[in-house]
Design a protein around this ligand. Structure first.
Ligand code: SF4
Length: 372
């Protein structure tokens, strides 16, 4: 297959649904860790054509959703500093911090700008030598090489007014944390194709082996996702626990070696706080000490900012696959995409936003808690 619409072909979708039905003999709970996959599953109604034995839960795969509250407060504090241009991808601008969001800072006169690449932020620093330009580097492994390139570009141009506010996270430690929880019911994973495009899938092999869970690297279109589910279920029914690659048209076992090299040159792994989940050891990327002059947390002295999450938002349980968004008492009433309480309702990749947009109301009222 060569074109996108072939991966949305209704006949192929039905054929894969049939294959999944034929191979499923037991009840299984699978998790995807990718906001793009969450949205495809909801948008195309894929859950509705799966056998009732299969439960799909949505892991911490939305980069905006897992960015901790204190990082958003740090971003807001920096953006309020005179002489700063604070730059970010669009989704982060609306994420509520403890009492504000970046868009409100912009409305009050703060110089907050939406950019499409960290290299755009480097260009801003170049053209505004009298300002300090900060880029909010969030997300998983996928954008990390571009963030690393921005630091190297700023170094090459000898820019002293560019920095990163780093809140980058890594998928394999999150899978390990989810599987290590005594509450986890996840028995198989769809791994995110774009993350594995960069990192490959060698890191997943000891996880699949050690926790006895199949992990299938999967793409984002309906046919991709159904094939990924089929491969996971087939392994579970055959009591196999391997890593397989459904997204062969893009992902290599070793990933993109050039991208990995630039990442490891600029970043080191650190413990990182995940919103709603807590600190996961060695699950984040921070700048190597050699590049600490580009570290916004050091430049603006915001390391001590601490916050407390809303007690009513159950994003942590949603992001660990313990509950679905509609189990939250605020879902669809006090928390909507227009007035989000938590990050999963803000981001276009968030599970709460996906359920709000695509899930049928009848399913929302009839489905019981997955943790029951
Ligand atoms: S619906 Fe809103 S308040 Fe509830 S878990 Fe999702 S983001 Fe949090």
């Amino acid at each position: 297959m060569k074109y996108l619409d072939e991966y949305r072909n209704a006949e192929l979708v039905k054929a894969y649904a049939k294959k999944i039905e034929q191979v499923t003999h037991n009840a299984w709970t699978l998790m995807e860790i990718c906001g793009g996959q969450t949205h495809s599953i909801l948008k195309y109604g894929l859950e509705e054509i799966l056998p009732k034995e299969l439960t799909i839960v949505h892991g911490p795969g939305c980069p905006v959703c897992v960015t901790p509250l204190e990082m958003i407060d740090k971003a807001i504090s920096i953006a309020l500093t005179p002489g700063v241009i604070f730059s970010s991808f669009g989704d982060m601008l609306r994420v509520p911090g403890s009492s504000d969001d970046l868009l409100s800072v912009k409305a009050r006169g703060g110089d907050v700008r939406m950019v499409y690449s960290p290299l755009d932020a480097v260009a801003l620093a170049e053209s505004n030598p009298d300002k300090k330009v900060v880029f909010f580097a969030i997300g998983f492994e996928t954008p990390a090489p571009a963030n690393a390139m921005a630091v190297l570009d700023a170094e090459r141009k000898e820019l002293k007014n560019f920095s990163l506010l780093c809140s980058q996270v890594l998928v394999p430690p999150a899978i390990k944390a989810i599987l290590s929880s005594p509450h986890s019911r996840v028995q198989g994973f769809l791994a995110a194709g774009h993350v594995c495009t960069v990192m490959g899938f060698e890191e997943y092999i000891p996880l699949a082996d050690g926790f006895r869970v199949p992990i299938v690297v999967t793409g984002f279109e309906p046919v991709d996702i159904l094939e990924g589910i089929y491969l996971v279920v087939k392994q579970l029914e055959e009591k196999r626990y391997d890593v397989e690659n459904q997204y062969r048209r893009v992902v290599k076992k070793e990933g993109n070696l050039a991208a990995r090299k630039v990442m490891s040159k600029v970043f080191r792994t650190v413990d990182r706080n995940w919103r709603g989940i807590g600190t996961i050891p060695q699950s984040g990327l921070a700048l190597q000490s050699k590049y600490s002059i580009f570290d916004a947390e050091l430049i603006f002295d915001v390391q001590k900012i601490a916050t407390e999450e809303s007690e009513e938002c159950i994003a942590g349980e949603v992001l660990q696959g313990l509950k679905k968004p509609f189990h939250c008492s605020l879902f669809g009433n006090k928390c909507t995409p227009e007035h989000p309480v938590g990050a999963p309702m803000v981001s276009s990749e968030g599970a709460c936003a996906a359920y709000f947009r695509y899930h049928k109301q009848s399913d929302i009222t009839l489905t019981s808690s997955v943790s029951d």
